[in-house]
Design a protein around this ligand. Structure first.
Ligand code: ACO
Length: 367
């Protein structure tokens, strides 16, 4: 059975930064309150030209470069987002088209902020089954467009960004070692976007009432998160007979510094084993685990052979943890250039659209 290794990683955050002081001009709050209750100082906010797909593409291209893999070698793209481009088509398909992953299947996976860990596990399982070799997992968020900037309970929390990992099959032991995934739909009301789906289609009234924005029972989510984070880590470690002593790094979902602190206490682990960057990005939902991991790699904190645990929670309610033995790019004699593929992809997409029009024109004539 092949092993599933994380061989490439890339992140993208839009340039504009929104500080707590900026938010205090929109709602009644203060930098001091936000920092004290959440640990957040600032977050990046998408500009008008940033979309979940375009941000996901930037992260994906960077991840492919690290993995030394071209888009046409990908077998599968899983995109996970709490703020997807559309209800359908899948954002994964838009990314597939924009990077020119000509032979890849593509689908979206929805598990709110837990999505990236779920998606990594699904990608790893597909590799472990032996049916495919190369998977791209993307978490990408433009939550700022689903945020009610008049609601101080939520608008202080979220930020925009994207992160991507490449998973590849190898006979060398390592990579994804274990994972647990959980859900509890009885808590669906605690964190949701009430309108815009089939249950409550968008109308003038739903928009007037702000039901197309994120709604959250902050206290309830806080209690749930502190209850499940530590437990999920222990469960994933126990699956492979490891303990927290074997772990070099925990990369938690970056929602609130106090939630991470409480998980550290539950696990009796020092906080300096936790990768934390919520102060500079806020909660970027599905992108938070890859962005935090990538920063830790860039600071030479996460190194090959380290045991790393990803743990996340979110709407659904959902939560998950995964243990990984860090490896990095697979050894290879080739050196690929990824950048030209996106330009070929653009041209290919354009030509295919034109051909589809021509085909449509002639098939109408035939009818
Ligand atoms: N500025 C100033 N005061 C505020 C603000 C604000 N931004 N927000 C709330 N308050 C007030 C409240 O009105 C309340 O006042 P009151 O006591 O007079 O009623 C007081 O501050 C305390 O409010 P709490 O809600 O008890 O504040 P708490 O300490 O719980 O912090 C927070 C709120 C930060 C939202 C916290 O509950 C939290 O982080 N929850 C988890 C949220 C989360 O992780 N969500 C993402 C999940 S992942 C996903 O799937 C998207």
């Amino acid at each position: 059975m092949p092993f599933a290794h994380i061989t490439g990683w890339g992140m993208y955050v839009p340039e504009p930064v929104l500080t707590n002081d900026d938010i205090s001009k929109l709602v009644e709050t203060s930098d001091e309150w936000i920092r004290e209750r959440t640990g957040i100082r600032e977050r990046h906010i998408a500009s008008e030209t940033d979309f979940p797909s375009t941000m996901g593409v930037e992260a994906a291209i960077r991840a492919l470069k690290v993995a030394n893999l071209v888009p046409t070698e990908l077998d599968l793209i899983i995109c996970t987002s709490s703020s997807p481009e559309y209800i359908f088509p899948a954002t994964a398909c838009l990314i597939q088209d924009q990077i020119g992953a000509t032979k890849a299947g593509a689908f979206d996976l929805q598990a709110a902020c837990t999505g990236f860990v779920y998606a990594l596990n699904m990608g790893a399982q597909a590799i472990r089954s032996g049916s495919i070799k190369n998977v791209l997992v993307v978490g990408t968020e433009v939550l700022s467009r689903f945020t009610n900037w008049k609601d101080r309970n939520t608008c202080i929390l979220f930020g925009d960004g994207a992160g991507a990992f490449v998973l590849q099959a190898s006979d060398q032991p390592g990579g994804v070692m274990s994972a647990v995934m959980h859900s509890d739909g009885s808590g669906a009301d605690a964190l949701n976007v009430p309108a815009g789906g089939a249950h409550c289609p968008a109308t003038e009234a739903t928009i007037r009432e702000g039901k197309h924005f994120i709604h959250m029972d902050g206290k309830e989510v806080f209690r749930f998160a502190t209850r499940v984070m530590g437990k999920a880590v222990t469960e994933a470690l126990e699956q492979i007979q490891l303990t927290t002593n074997d772990v070099q790094w925990i990369v938690p979902h970056q929602a609130n510094y106090r939630i991470i602190d409480s998980a550290a206490k539950h696990l009796k682990m020092p906080l300096d084993k936790f990768v934390i960057n919520v102060d500079r990005y806020g909660n970027t939902s599905t992108a938070s685990v890859p962005i935090a991991t990538i920063e830790a790699i860039q600071k030479s904190q996460i190194k090959p052979k380290d045991k790393v645990v990803f743990v996340a929670f979110g709407g659904g309610l959902t939560w998950a943890a995964m243990v990984v033995e860090w490896t990095g790019p697979l050894p290879s004699k080739k050196h690929v250039r990824v950048e030209p593929y996106r330009w070929f992809a653009r041209l290919r997409s354009y030509i295919r659209r034109i051909l589809r029009h021509i085909e449509g024109f002639f098939s109408r004539k035939e009818l």
